[in-house]
Design a protein around this ligand. Structure first.
Ligand SMILES: Nc1nc2c(ncn2[C@@H]2O[C@H](COP(=O)(O)OP(=O)(O)OP(=O)(O)O)[C@@H](O)[C@H]2O)c(=O)[nH]1
Length: 531
């Protein structure tokens, strides 16, 4: 069955031939059986016949079955057999040899043909009919094919719509039959029983495949409204505020305001990183308003928010861009990992979103990832980008960046720098050099020296500002990572102490997670009060 089916299926592009083994056997059988021949009892003839038609396959010395090539079959025919053939008598063994040799030749031809045609899909389709699971593209060897064909049903699709197309197979090309036209389909059986037709447009595919438009399950509707910036800020500062208000409430439960409670409150506010100055402001105001009276935690929170807002208001300023300078240079400095590069990306998004031409300079030549990171931000924000080799002189890069930004008429040049601990003298000297070099190109440059501060670092941020201010002339701050920290109060202490403008605050890693600093909002959020 296998050989006949191979012949039926895989002689693509060849003229249809009669199915040899079955036909030959059928047609010749009545006169090919030796025992049926009238001369069978002639011993000479019988002997000659025995030696005339060798088997189509031989057993070699090692007992291995070997195929007989077509030519060998000819040479295997003895003169006596020729005579018999002339007489119209053909020995069965000879016929079998001829048929087998012919089939062998055809298998060879099939293998060659298969090597050239796209096999996998039609085979996958057919093989699936036989209950076989064939992975697309897995069938390359004729040996595989034989195995699959063994399992195939006798019939194969004969109608055009039954022939799988490339579309059916999930391929890109237009709907062309990938098998040969029906007339050329091997194994097309005239008058045979009709094949079980797969539904039009729904070819039978191997397990794990499906046709038709992709069914997209509707996303469950999230009923969460988009949070306002204040809500997000409040959420971000929730740890800070809940810790603070929880302690305040505990302190003032059923207690009148006296010196002891005021002292406890002062300690509590200092521990919450708000700083001595702000703590005293809160306790002084509270004492003047409520001394000797019952006080609730909410009373304290309200006074606290009000005093914090008073401290923050003078520093909550917009970042002033002097666009008469082209470019306005913003140098971004700070300790490692405080969010310089990320903040630059967020700022660039805001500025280029507003139509300004921005250039980002990768002056952090210490960290390869920082250069890449900034480059990606430049791409995302449609900003110009300038970088240099890892380990290159950052001041040199700043110089080139300024020149290029000027030549390209950029409105703003933002220079990233390597993070450095404030106690590393050598690195701090490099920062000084960058500032000097920029100053040579424009006496006012860098026009803004922004320091990023990581809210999670707490008290250490105070000394960071001190040193960077002295070395690089920091004239503005951005506090990052206010989301999730319990130490958000430090921004109040820094503001009270340094009185430097706080332009923006960051409450996440995303591009939208940076917003201008609003004193009232921040004060309310930290005190756990509504806006
Ligand atoms: N949660 C949170 N993560 C932030 C915020 N800003 C920055 N980050 C993350 O902090 C990490 C450090 O940020 P970077 O921008 O690489 O910091 P950097 O100061 O440039 O780092 P160095 O180049 O090492 O000095 C990154 O994983 C940022 O995604 C923020 O506001 N909130």
């Amino acid at each position: 069955m296998a050989l006949s089916f191979i012949k039926k299926v895989f002689t693509f592009g060849k003229p249809a031939e009669e199915p040899v083994p079955a036909a030959v056997e059928k047609e010749l059988e009545p006169r090919s059986r030796v025992e049926d021949l009238p001369v069978a009892d002639d011993p000479v003839l019988a002997e000659e016949m025995d030696t005339a038609g060798g088997p189509a396959s031989d057993i070699d010395e090692g007992g291995v079955e070997t195929s007989v090539a077509e030519d060998d079959v000819e040479s295997a025919i003895l003169p006596a057999a020729d005579q018999l053939r002339d007489m119209g008598v053909v020995p069965l063994s000879l016929l079998e040899a001829e048929a087998a040799a012919e089939a062998e030749t055809e298998i060879q031809a099939v293998a060659e043909t298969l090597a050239e045609i796209p096999l996998s899909v039609p085979l996958g389709h057919l093989a699936h009919q036989a209950g076989d699971h064939v992975e697309t593209g897995a069938l390359e060897q004729p040996a595989d094919l034989e195995e699959i064909v063994e399992k195939l049903p006798e019939e194969i699709p004969t109608e055009p719509e039954d022939i799988p197309t490339q579309d059916d197979a999930g391929l890109d090309s237009p709907s062309q039959p990938i098998s040969p036209p029906v007339e050329e389909m091997p194994g097309r059986v005239e008058g045979g029983s009709p094949p079980a037709k797969p539904e039009i447009g729904s070819p039978i595919l191997p397990k794990g495949f499906a046709t038709g438009p992709k069914v997209v399950e509707p996303e469950p509707v999230m009923l969460q409204p988009k949070l306002s910036w204040f809500q997000r800020l409040r959420n971000g500062l929730a740890r800070t505020s809940s810790q603070l208000t929880g302690q305040i409430t505990a302190l003032f439960t059923k207690r009148k305001l006296d010196d002891e409670t005021l002292q406890d409150l002062e300690d509590l506010l200092i521990q919450a990183d708000l700083g001595v100055e702000t703590a005293l402001r809160v306790t002084d105001t509270l004492a003047s308003e409520r001394y000797g009276k019952d006080v609730t935690g909410e009373d304290v929170s309200r006074i606290m928010a009000s005093e914090i807002a008073k401290v923050l208001k003078p520093v909550a300023k917009p970042l002033q861009l002097d666009l008469s300078h082209k470019p306005h240079v913003i140098l971004v400095v700070g300790v490692n990992g405080t969010g310089k590069t990320t903040t630059i990306g967020k700022l660039a998004a805001k500025l280029s979103g507003a139509g300004l031409k921005v250039m980002l300079a990768a002056g952090d030549t210490f960290r390869a990832a920082a250069i890449e990171q900034l480059k990606i931000w430049a791409e995302r924000t449609n900003s110009e980008f300038i970088g240099t080799k890892l380990g290159a002189d950052a001041a040199g890069l700043a110089y080139d960046a300024f020149e290029q930004a000027k030549a390209k008429k950029c409105d703003v040049l933002i220079v990233d720098t390597a993070g450095r601990l404030q106690n590393k003298a050598e690195l701090m000297a490099e920062l000084e050099k960058i500032v000097r070099v920029l100053g040579k190109l424009d006496p006012d440059a860098p026009h803004t020296v922004l320091q990023t501060l990581d809210a999670t670092t707490g008290q250490n941020a105070l000394s960071q500002v001190e040193i960077f201010r002295n070395v690089a002339g920091v004239n503005g701050l951005i506090m990052t990572k206010l989301d999730g920290t319990a130490r958000g109060g430090i921004l109040v202490a820094i503001s009270a102490k340094h009185k430097l403008p706080v332009y923006f605050i960051g409450i996440g890693e995303g591009v939208d997670d940076l917003e201008p600093f609003e004193a009232e909002d921040f004060a309310h959020a930290i005190a756990g009060l509504p806006q």
